[in-house]
Write a protein that binds this ligand. Structure first.
Ligand SMILES: [Zn+2]
Ligand SMILES: [Zn+2]
Length: 352
């Protein structure tokens, strides 16, 4: 399973849909005669560009003709971004010494794989062997108490390889936006009007957050940990690589935005590649609603929409309810140094 995740490096964002087995045994989107609830599932609100943060896009959004992977001709928003989250500086990611507290570092998936992220404190780095039950972990210098982290562009790129070079194992991985190519950009094509798919699908890039950052597919956690590295997130649940820029693997509230409905519903965090909204897991009262296998549900105000998984689940939604566009346009500039593998979707095992 790791191989499929090692695929990557991409200069092209592709929302390529892949049939998701085990996800096709029901048809929640089929309207049922005389059943009002089921009919609501066909309501398609689509992307509301006014809810994105100022500066989320590097060019004015356009509406263009597009075709979904399922072959439907439609129109799409063409959204271009610079790979930086609008309105804030990413980080911090890795603490610098084993004495640093939570404010000096970011966060990482809990080993349980659900619930909140865990803080990457100096103590967390110190106790990685205990945490993962593997005494080989040593991401710090025992003499100086300094945390080993990727402090240069070379180290960031070197760690972001399908096979992590030995010298970059035992590291807390972090990268800076300044490492991105000057002409770095990402382009997303999202159907203007969501189109329910015949059966749920899966895409490598989940969607786009309201600050313009990518909502990425699952991080290759087994490969990351297998190299004795931590691909540190900041407290917002994102990190940087040379191919996706700053991107999220987790949602911790940083892009939460009211959808203006004022009904106590959970906040909007972004949009999936099929054009349906992705909302926070819980509403204002801390409650969750029953969801389908894609983590979707339908209400009168929003039509079909998703609610994100918990921060440590390494996913946002379970599958794609709607059709998605296969090739969403290329980024400016050529592939980054060290680029190898198919130009599509998922990251490298480590630094991404
Ligand atoms: Zn909802
Ligand atoms: Zn990543």
């Amino acid at each position: 399973m790791m191989l499929s995740e090692r695929r990557s490096l991409m200069s092209t964002i592709a929302f390529s849909a892949v049939a998701l087995s085990g996800c096709n045994d029901s048809s929640p989107e089929s309207p049922v005669e005389g059943n009002g609830t089921a009919k609501q599932a066909t309501i398609s609100r689509g992307v509301d560009l006014s809810l994105f943060a100022q500066g989320a896009f590097s060019q004015a959004p356009k509406i263009v003709d597009c075709e979904t992977a399922e072959g439907t001709a439609t129109t799409c928003y063409e959204l271009a971004t610079s790979g930086a989250p609008a309105g804030r500086e990413p980080g911090p990611f890795c603490p610098r010494t084993t004495r640093d507290g939570a404010e000096a570092g970011g966060a990482w998936f809990s080993k349980e794989g659900n619930g909140d992220l865990v803080d990457i404190t100096g103590e967390f780095i110190l106790k990685l062997s205990d945490y993962y039950g593997d005494e080989n972990w040593l991401v710090y210098d025992a003499k100086t108490n300094k945390v080993r982290y990727t402090a240069t562009k070379e180290a960031c790129l070197g760690a972001a390889r399908p096979d992590v070079e030995a010298q970059y194992q035992q590291n807390c991985i972090e990268c800076e936006l300044s490492y991105l190519d000057d002409d770095f950009s990402l382009t997303y094509l999202i159907p203007v009007t969501p189109i329910p798919a015949d059966k749920p699908g899966r895409v490598r890039t989940v969607g786009i957050a309201l600050d313009g950052s990518e909502l990425a597919g699952p991080a290759p956690v087994d490969a990351i940990l297998g190299s004795y590295t931590i691909a540190a997130f900041d407290d917002c649940g994102g990190h940087i690589n040379a191919h996706q820029g700053y991107h999220y693997h987790s949602t911790t509230g940083c892009t939460d935005t009211s959808d203006k409905s004022d009904d106590g519903h959970a906040a909007l965090i972004g949009y999936a590649a099929d054009g349906y909204g992705i909302y926070a897991m819980k509403d204002a009262q801390g409650k969750e609603v029953p969801l389908d296998e894609c983590r979707g549900t339908t209400d009168d105000i929003r039509g079909y929409h998703y609610h994100a998984a918990s921060p440590s689940e390494n996913m946002f939604i379970g599958c794609m309810h709607g059709e998605t566009v296969r090739q969403a346009g290329a980024s400016a500039g050529g592939p980054p140094e060290g680029h190898q593998g198919p130009a599509d979707g998922e990251h490298l095992p480590v630094a991404e």
